[in-house]
Design a binder for this molecule. Structure first.
Ligand SMILES: Cc1cc2nc3c(=O)[nH]c(=O)nc-3n(C[C@H](O)[C@H](O)[C@H](O)COP(=O)(O)OP(=O)(O)OC[C@H]3O[C@@H](n4cnc5c(N)ncnc54)[C@H](O)[C@@H]3O)c2cc1C
Length: 414
């Protein structure tokens, strides 16, 4: 049956960054989107040193900015990357001016991006937001998908042409449609916290390899750095319990004096380093994106970057779509190589990070930082790191913004 896009309903489950971007792209393409999230509708507020942040490659922030999904003049640019190894002289430096690019990446506080996206979701007439409400698939066929939505108001069923699951690592949607997933536990944890420093960061990101594990410091705000410290799980358990003063001493010993004295540390959080990967990205009319499809260990800083490329490609395919089933199949095929490479690259990093000390003569010291920020920006690095990086430069289809409402026709049985 041929119907107008306006009549075609798409359900997106999960209103994290991934689900919100996906919903906005689909709504702008003319679909009627129902966005369901089981979290609180209250927005996270700024909280001094206790904010969480994410580093995005230049390409990710540009993709978002092109669709007006990036809050203007927000985020801290990374202009230079500095890689060192504790106990050894010398450093590897990369500067944006040497590479003739305006920046190498950007660090943004999660709540600023989340708030900006949620404001747009609420102002988008093609999106119906159900929150707090949880969703589970009750029927999935080659033509349609039905979910049960439970909220304080009771339980309802909604049928749609497609469901995009952006409901995170332990996705109920993935489980309810029977897509299997595999998990690898790296037996390490990342400790994440923000640091107040004596000196200005000058937009430099640092990667420091130490006996205890790598330490990454990313510029966040004036004299503030976002820290990711990796350690074996038993060690991380001890470190997270330290007093602020002892923890600052530990970081100072590991990092040295380049940023002067570390004056304060925000609330610490600890994340297990694991890889969760779904065996398939779609089944009938359900497709997985973001952490529900694959959760990478955070030290590689790739999770959201990869998810955004998926979300933009899916949005582009569906915006130009005449047949949802075909578009989904094309999407899965087109994205597979990039996903495989990033998963493999991240997995290699997770494993080699355990080998200490790190030999600076091997340019792998740049590998993690470059994988996070640079490989889709810097052609020489792409060459240097060969096939492991080339997947990050996979071209994406162009998103076709909404023309006149309902002007495009697509095949759908709902
Ligand atoms: C410490 C750390 C640092 C990181 N740093 C980086 C980085 O520098 N760069 C980078 O690219 N990536 C990074 N990542 C990865 C990045 O954070 C994730 O890729 C990203 O948050 C995934 O978002 P998501 O929207 O898929 O999932 P989530 O953020 O988990 O969102 C899932 C949403 O679904 C909702 N939900 C769950 N179940 C249901 C249900 N049954 N019904 C309705 N709603 C439901 C939840 O309430 C939530 O809102 C990092 C991750 C960690 C842990």
């Amino acid at each position: 049956m041929i119907v107008s896009k306006q009549a075609v309903k798409i359900i997106v489950v999960g209103a994290g960054i991934v689900g919100n971007v996906q919903s906005l792209l689909l709504a702008r393409a003319g679909y009627a989107v129902t966005l369901i999230d089981n979290g609180s509708a209250a927005l996270v507020q700024a909280d001094g040193l206790n904010v969480r942040s994410v580093a995005l490659s230049r390409r990710s922030s540009e993709l978002l900015a092109e669709q007006q999904l990036w809050p203007e003049n927000t985020g801290c640019l990374i202009k230079s990357v500095h890689v060192t190894e504790r106990g050894k002289y010398g450093a590897v430096r990369l500067r944006s001016e040497d590479l003739d690019v305006p920046s190498l990446g950007v660090v943004i506080q999660n709540h600023l991006l989340e708030r900006y996206l949620m404001a747009q979701v609420k102002n988008q007439p093609n999106i119906q937001l159900l929150q707090p409400a949880s969703a589970e698939v009750v029927e999935n066929s080659p033509d349609a998908v039905t979910v049960q939505v439970v909220s304080d108001a009771g339980s309802i069923e909604i049928t749609a042409a497609l469901l995009v699951a952006a409901d995170g690592t332990h996705s109920k949607i993935r489980q309810s449609v029977g897509i299997k997933s595999t998990s690898t536990d790296y037996l390490q944890h990342a400790i994440v916290a923000n640091l107040q420093c004596q000196r200005d960061h000058q937009n430099i990101a640092y990667e420091r390899f130490t006996d205890g594990g790598p330490l990454a410091l990313l510029p966040l705000a004036k004299r503030q750095m976002a820290m990711v410290l990796t350690a074996d799980s038993a060690v991380a358990d001890r470190w997270i319990e330290k007093t602020d003063a002892d923890f600052l001493t530990l970081i100072q010993q590991r990092f040295g004096g380049r940023l002067g004295r570390f004056e304060a540390v925000g609330r610490r959080a600890m994340f297990p380093l694991a890889l969760h990967e779904s065996r398939s990205q779609m089944k009938d009319r359900v497709v997985l994106v973001g952490n529900s499809a694959r959760t990478l260990h955070p030290v590689a800083g790739q999770g959201l970057n990869l998810a955004l490329r998926d979300v933009f490609e899916l949005g582009a395919r569906l915006s130009a779509c005449v047949d949802i089933g075909e578009s989904l199949a094309e999407f899965v095929t087109q994205r597979a190589a990039d996903q495989r490479l990033v998963v493999r690259q991240t997995d290699v990093l997770a494993r080699v990070f355990r080998r200490q000390p790190w030999p600076l003569s091997v340019p792998l010291g740049l590998f993690r930082t470059s994988s996070m920020l640079l490989l889709d920006t810097v052609p020489p690095l792409r060459t240097r790191f060969g096939s492991a990086s080339s997947g990050l430069n996979v071209p994406l289809s162009n998103f076709v913004p909404r023309q006149s409402s309902g002007s495009q026709k697509i095949n759908s049985s709902t």
